[in-house]
Design a protein around this ligand. Structure first.
Ligand code: 13P
Length: 259
């Protein structure tokens, strides 16, 4: 973590949780945060929860008196219209979301989302006043073929919207093979890719904005590996899947960002 970039610890609940689970998890996290704030004062990191769309409202309501914000897991490229089943960025904004994840590898794979689609979604998010968390990352086959840098650079170039800056953009590096597998790249490998992302961002949005843009690591982040990953100079937080479903684990990861 470099000076000047405040850590962002984001929980992606994916398609998990019913009403009661969401409320209980949010309440537990809120208590952990309140206890820490009572002991230490204001916390030096940002916390974000991205529940399923069905739970955004109640999680936001539960966290109303805290600094923990909520975000969406996806948005449509259009603001409104005949798109059955989809959710627009302005609808997320209307629920007080601050962020939306776009281009997660599960959506790139399950819904055949191309870089162009991801860019259009990020553009829609920015237009609605949200911060877009743009996900990039190579598959295991691409990594084995030595193509990690090429794939990540291409995804960054193709998925970042025009007008992006350090306020409306976060990039998440999530190697596909590390998601939900318990495997992670080594710390030097993570740092190398994050430095590459920042260099490509500098080409796209200028060096000054790139230096301020938060780049998160995601893929099997746990309390046991968070400290090492979050201490890397170009890692500015984490996008946490499975471990974000356990409030105590998610909290431990957040606390590790400043350990
Ligand atoms: P896991 O933390 O479960 O590996 O998931 C990472 C992820 O996909 C977050 O978006």
């Amino acid at each position: 973590m470099a000076q000047g970039r405040r850590p962002l610890i984001a929980g992606n609940w994916k398609m998990n949780g019913l009403w009661d689970d969401g409320v209980e998890r949010a309440e537990t996290l809120m208590r952990l945060m309140q206890d820490a704030e009572a002991a230490q004062g204001p916390l030096p990191f940002d916390l974000l929860l991205c529940p399923p769309a069905t739970l955004i409202g109640v999680v936001h309501f539960t966290l109303a008196n805290t600094s923990i914000t909520v975000g969406g897991q996806d948005c449509h490229t259009k603001a409104s219209g005949a798109h059955t089943g989809d959710v627009s960025a302005s609808m997320l904004k209307d629920l007080d979301c601050t962020h939306v994840i776009v281009g997660h590898s599960e959506r790139r794979a399950d819904h055949a989302e191309s870089d162009a689609v991801v860019e259009a979604k990020a553009q829609a998010a920015v237009a609605a006043g949200l911060c877009a968390i743009v996900c990039v990352g190579e598959t295991e086959a691409q990594r084995d073929a030595g193509r990690t840098a090429e794939i990540v650079a291409r995804q960054v170039k193709g998925s970042i919207p025009t007008g992006a800056n350090s306020q409306n953009l976060v990039v998440a590096y999530e190697p596909v093979w590390a998601i939900g597998t318990g495997k992670t790249p080594t710390a030097p490998e993570v740092q190398e890719v994050h430095a590459l992302i920042r260099a490509r961002l500098a080409d796209l949005i200028g060096a000054a904005e790139a230096a301020k843009t938060r780049i998160l690591y995601g893929g099997s982040v746990k309390p046991s590996n968070a400290k090492e990953l979050l201490a890397l100079p170009d890692v500015d937080g984490a996008l946490v899947g499975g471990a974000s479903l356990v409030a105590g684990d998610f909290w431990a990861i957040a606390a590790a960002s400043t350990a």
